[in-house]
Design a protein around this ligand. Structure first.
Ligand SMILES: Cc1ncc(COP(=O)(O)O)c(C=O)c1O
Length: 459
């Protein structure tokens, strides 16, 4: 059990009686769950039912049940898989973390699950305070919400109100922002907006290309051309500092710095989307890792936080009617999110020599070793911290999916990202151990060799 001093507000977990009771409940649930695993037949039927009810298949039959341990997740049939995707970035400290479960149980016992903006609880205050403390002095306010998409939607409204009558937004090519109607247009993926009525108010600027020495200049020129074409019409530019869904691309700080300064020079807002990067790059906020604190007007967070929020400067505080909504989030999510932030700080995850940085180095060493053994199966690497990806084989969607499925059969959960090339990506739990990494790479290698053998490819 992680024991560390709670720095903000009192936590009920400081009471030994409460902690003990929480522990007892968690243990009882784990014990009962382990006795109630589905048989193979029941499991297969349950997976089919899920797929039928939601109207489309799962990527792989990963129906969870009971607590896992670290990067190992327990399926409802009692078998285990090594989860290197963390529910697309949600399980920041892996599965079944005892301290986070205790935090969750205590928050759940306080009142019924969700809390609203009208009468927020202490969890709301604790999370908002911690987020703002770590975001730096420029960002003064936090508005919590139920998902990354709603945090981004709130950001969008705040930006438009502030820059009224500007009605356009800038974003990067290949970027992803979420799945509301407005965000589907900002996201640079045609299949995400197929059949939707579009407003046509988004322009995309090329992202950094490491192969092109003039990349920054080209993006700057594209930005400038748009600013001249639509004078006074842009409210903001969205910066996804590590493109997640787009394929784990990032850029040197000077690239972002140059474009952000140009945006400010043109009087438009700088909005950073850290829904996927939050906690994963070796700092809580990637914009801090990249030294961009002075440029950021709004930042959105989610996923690993178990809650979502938009943080903004004083100048961007909207008029009262603009952002609201019944739910601010679940008490459990807020409490666990706050605890997660405390732990990342106190347990040495952050900084250039922190656990996330060490994990990244270990991952990269293992990937390099695998490339030496299977040079045709392991192409270009990209990513940062606990966001890691590589191009399998020729980067075709077909082969990437084949390796993904073969890896699942070996016991490893991966996900694809981007297109042309399609990559295999991993959103590793930040506390992934060396043994778990080794087990994962053994499974990955077997999967690559199996795909090569089945298709008579060289590995
Ligand atoms: C960069 C980015 N922004 C926004 C979102 C949307 O978050 P949510 O799925 O919680 O709505 C995601 C989700 O993958 C994301 O990666």
């Amino acid at each position: 059990m992680a024991k560390s001093k709670r720095t903000t507000l009192n936590s009920l977990l400081d009471s030994p009686r409460v902690r003990e009771a929480a522990r007892a409940l968690i243990d009882a649930v784990a014990e009962e769950a382990s006795k109630r695993s589905l048989t193979l037949k029941q499991f297969e039927r349950a997976v089919r039912d899920v797929e039928r009810l939601r109207g489309r298949p799962l990527v792989y039959p990963a129906l969870l049940g009971g607590t896992g341990h670290g990067a190992w997740v327990r399926l409802a049939d009692g078998t285990q898989k090594l989860d290197f995707v963390s529910g697309i970035g949600v399980y920041g400290l892996g599965h079944g973390d005892p301290d986070l479960l205790e935090t969750a149980v205590v928050a759940a016992a306080g009142d019924t699950v969700f809390q609203g903006h009208l009468a927020p609880g202490l969890e709301y205050l604790r999370l908002s305070k911690l987020l703002l403390k770590h975001a730096g002095p420029r960002l003064k306010h936090a508005w919590l919400s139920l998902s990354g998409a709603i945090a981004n939607e709130n950001a969008l409204k705040i930006l438009f109100q502030k820059h009224h009558p500007a009605d356009r937004i800038l974003a990067f090519e290949r970027g992803f922002a979420g799945r509301t109607l407005a965000l589907a247009e900002i996201t640079d993926r045609p299949d995400n907006r197929e059949g939707l009525p579009l407003r046509g108010n988004v322009n995309h600027v090329p992202f950094y290309d490491p192969a092109d020495p003039n990349s920054t200049q080209k993006s700057l020129e594209a930005l400038d051309t748009l600013l001249r074409r639509y004078p006074g019409r842009f409210a903001a530019m969205l910066f996804e500092l590590v493109q997640g869904e787009g394929g784990f691309h990032t850029a040197p700080p000077e690239f972002f710095h140059t474009l952000m300064q140009h945006c400010h020079g043109a009087g438009i807002g700088v909005w950073v989307d850290e829904v996927q990067t939050f906690g994963r790059t070796g700092e809580l906020f990637a914009f801090k890792r990249l030294g961009l604190e002075r440029e950021v007007d709004l930042v959105t967070v989610g996923k690993m936080l178990q809650a979502s929020a938009v943080l903004f400067t004083k100048a961007y505080n909207p008029k009262p009617g603009l952002v609201a909504g019944t739910y601010a989030g679940s008490s459990v999510g807020m409490a666990v999110g706050a605890r997660m932030i405390e732990r990342l700080e106190q347990e040495g995850y952050l900084g250039p020599e922190g656990r996330v940085a060490i994990l990244a180095r270990r991952f990269e060493r293992r990937l390099e070793a695998l490339r030496k053994r299977a040079p045709r199966a392991v192409g270009a690497h990209s990513g940062i911290g606990a966001m890691q990806a590589f191009v399998p084989f020729d980067g075709s969607a077909e082969l990437a999916n084949a390796v993904l499925q073969a890896a699942y059969q070996e016991g490893l959960m991966l996900l694809t990202a981007g297109s042309n090339p399609t990559k295999l990506r991993m959103l590793l739990p930040l506390n992934t151990t060396d043994e778990e990494l080794e087990a994962g790479f053994t499974m990955l290698e077997k999967a690559c060799r199996r795909v090569a053998e089945e298709r008579e490819l060289l590995c």
